[in-house]
Design a binder for this molecule. Structure first.
Ligand SMILES: N[C@H]1[C@H](O)[C@@H](Sc2ccccc2)[C@@H]2OC[C@H]1O2
Length: 327
């Protein structure tokens, strides 16, 4: 089998997790992103003003590289960042799991947030290829290409709080979790690992949602973005909380002890965050920025790293399910 396992190292501010990937013999640190489906890297054909500080992929130094003539890609992400460039095929190895002809996208241009994120050399899209942006023909993700060669058609994410975690392709390692894995059906029609999430808890009190947007598991998003009525209900229980438009979200006094927050993962399980695990950042001597924020009516709820790092997450491409376990 083709199983593989790699570290997932948290960025300094825990805004993302980076993993080593070898492409055509060149190693780069990439951001595994279950919320998109493009595999792209900073490349030697970018202006130095955009690539300085980054490792770049140099196609001319890879003996296994082949150009996808006439192809291009262009992607815009939920946070407003963007990237675009050219396409080829090469051998990709992630912790021993190898795809010999993976569509690899070389950036010729990226937005400022990528340039300034100097430890991030690109993204490995682990969503579904219906949202891959390669033209004239969309291409499969690394996971879609390797899935049938894995011991099990799954990958798992064990993201950690202030510690290095791991991504595992092909096996569900029982040493990485405790108790049961609580699975829910995934609707892949929007290209995401999407599932229903119709109830939530604040301080242990359960409420039925009002908007009830479907949720996605997104390893590439830092925060937990819930429907605006849910965010308002949560921070309504935090006495010092205010919505600070200059910060773009709810802030509160760091000394305040926060209530727990639970979000339904499908219909049978509520993933509960402890109050102490909900703060995302301290923005001044007294003020903290919450890791739970509203989705501004975006129509989907995004379960990002603030939640995922408290659980063991299983992405099952065979059954088309998503599951979480305590750890
Ligand atoms: N799925 C996510 C994606 O991975 C990131 S892309 C990114 C941008 C700058 C720095 C690092 C990563 C962006 O934020 C939320 C959504 O879009």
């Amino acid at each position: 089998n083709e199983n593989g396992e790699v570290d997932a190292a948290p960025e300094s501010n825990e805004s993302e997790y980076l993993s080593p990937v070898t492409v055509g013999g060149q190693s780069l640190n990439l951001d595994f992103d279950t919320g998109s489906a493009d595999f792209w890297m900073f490349s030697s054909s970018m202006p130095l003003s955009q690539s300085q500080g980054h490792s770049t992929f140099n196609a001319s130094k890879s003996s296994t590289w082949s150009v996808y003539k006439g192809a291009s890609w262009e992607i815009s992400y939920g946070d407003g960042s963007s990237a675009s460039g050219t396409v080829g095929f090469d051998t990709v190895d992630i912790g021993g799991a190898t795809v010999t002809s993976q569509a690899v996208e070389l950036a010729t241009g990226v937005s400022g947030s990528f340039t300034s994120d100097v430890n991030n050399d690109g993204l490995v899209g682990l969503g579904f290829s219906s949202i891959n942006t390669i033209q004239p023909q969309q291409q499969k993700t690394f996971f879609e290409n390797i899935m049938d060669d894995l011991e099990q058609p799954v990958f798992t994410a064990d993201l950690e709080d202030n510690a290095t975690g791991s991504y595992n392709f092909g096996t569900i390692d029982p040493s990485e979790y405790t108790g049961d894995i609580h699975f829910t059906a995934v609707d892949k029609s929007n290209g995401f690992w999407e599932f229903a999430s119709d109830t939530y808890t604040v301080g242990g009190n359960k409420s039925q949602c009002q908007t009830c947007s479907p949720a996605i598991a997104d390893t590439g998003t830092s925060l937990v973005l819930v429907d605006d009525d849910v965010a308002a209900a949560y921070y309504g229980q935090v006495s010092s909380a205010v919505y600070d438009s200059s910060q773009g979200g709810y802030t509160y006094n760091c000394t305040e002890s926060l209530p727990t927050f639970g979000i339904a993962i499908g219909s049978d399980y509520t993933a509960t965050l402890q109050g102490a695990d909900i703060t995302f950042a301290q923005i001044d001597s007294q003020t903290c920025f919450g890791g739970i924020q509203g989705n501004s009516g975006g129509g989907i709820q995004i379960m990002g790293d603030i939640l995922l790092k408290q659980f063991f997450a299983v992405f099952d491409g065979g059954n088309e399910t998503f599951g979480v376990a305590e750890k």
